[in-house]
Design a protein around this ligand. Structure first.
Ligand code: SF4
Ligand code: SF4
Length: 366
């Protein structure tokens, strides 16, 4: 474990830049923290704290100097690897023949600086579908191959977090290139740094850092334990998939359907949701057309349009589909949960529907 002082953090960003990476980090935009391109630490949300409650998100000013004092970006990092919109191919008619041109995948190398451990786990969840599954996505695979992940372990949790129930945080175990923990107390503002890949090792060597002390290591343990202790939400996972699949007619589905607005916010902010809609856009002359895809939502009635009809034609069936897929049938498909416990769907649901409350209620016998 090495030690990086605050005043040398920009050197790390410069090295990543020199290596051709587009460096992305949490930034403040329109009253929320979102991942965007950064070139210096000045662009990080210094002097802000994020507040998350069911149906509530606020940024509040803070006099603390930490670079990563905000727990979670409002938008998931998945947009960097799986863009919300993409043109798949175009087709042109010429001399009675059709010529198809596929869109090449984006090969930009991206350094994701400040990814939280739950979000890193969400990237692994998407890897299983979009990179390693039977229908690998060329865009995702290309962007993922060029990714350098700098995870920042959590020493503070939001009230909506439940990573401890999903074994995805507050400290990253694997899957990163570098893992940082920000330390403010008992010494200068500093970061412990651990390499998790050959690329991470190589960057650390070029930074030429000193070793972390025993006290620094202890501070990492204490900081992550503090975040874990702040997490009060618990999702009881044992037996949950079976309980959800056995209770399709539970009256709780009607109760949540009466509250749900079908807005799809929960699916847009979820770092593991991957559903898309495919659209063709022909020109009026019939000469050119493009096929594109964009993020879709299982709350959109058109998403379940099959063979001339919508098969999930009410809110009850759509919410049931979303929750049951996340917490039950995802296990059947991929061998693990589709939820990493980031809590975004709780904060960004306009009516504060809480996935944990709903799952725990379905456990109760009808
Ligand atoms: S279902 Fe909710 S808590 Fe779970 S990963 Fe998606 S947004 Fe996060
Ligand atoms: S559960 Fe909440 S966020 Fe999701 S569709 Fe319903 S109202 Fe919107």
């Amino acid at each position: 474990m090495k030690l990086l002082t605050r005043d040398r953090f920009d050197e790390m960003l410069c090295l990543l830049h020199d290596d051709g990476y587009l460096t992305l980090g949490p930034t403040v935009r329109d009253g929320a923290v979102v991942p965007r391109e950064i070139t210096t630490t000045d662009e990080l949300p210094i002097g802000w704290r994020d507040e998350h409650e069911p149906g509530h998100y606020r940024l509040l000013p803070s006099d603390t100097p930490d670079l990563f004092g905000c727990v979670l970006t409002a938008q998931p990092w998945k947009a960097q690897l799986f863009p919300p919109e993409r043109t798949l191919f175009s087709v042109t008619r010429k001399n009675g023949k059709l010529a198809f041109t596929a869109s090449p995948p984006d090969t930009t190398r991206r350094a994701l600086v400040g990814v939280r451990p739950c979000e890193l786990r969400a990237i692994e969840v998407q890897d299983a579908i979009l990179r390693d599954g039977p229908y690998a996505d060329d865009e995702y695979t290309s962007r993922r191959a060029g990714t350098f992940a700098v995870v920042v372990n959590c020493t503070r949790a939001a009230s909506t977090c439940f990573c401890t129930s999903q074994s995805s945080g507050p400290r990253a175990k694997a899957g990163y290139d570098l893992a940082l923990t920000e330390l403010l107390a008992d010494g200068p503002h500093r970061f412990t740094v651990e390499a998790g890949s050959p690329a991470g090792e190589a960057l650390l060597e070029r930074l030429v850092l000193g070793d972390a002390t025993g006290a620094d290591r202890e501070a990492v343990e204490t900081g992550c334990a503090h975040a874990a202790a702040q997490i009060t939400r618990r999702l009881k996972s044992a037996g949950l998939p079976e309980a959800l699949k056995a209770n399709h007619e539970h009256p709780r589905w009607n109760e949540v359907a009466a509250r749900c607005l079908n807005c799809g916010n929960c699916t847009q902010v979820c770092p593991t949701c991957f559903c898309v809609a495919v659209e063709d856009q022909p020109d009026l002359a019939g000469i050119e057309a493009t096929r594109s895809r964009r993020w879709d939502s299982c709350f959109n009635p058109a998403h379940s349009y099959v063979a001339g009809g919508v098969i999930r034609n009410n809110t009850r069936s759509r919410y049931r589909q979303w929750l049951t897929h996340k917490l039950a049938t995802w296990h059947d498909q991929f061998g693990h949960s589709g939820c990493v416990g980031c809590g975004r769907c709780i904060a960004w649901c306009p009516v504060g529907i809480d996935i944990i409350e709903e799952a725990n209620a379905i456990r109760q016998k009808a």
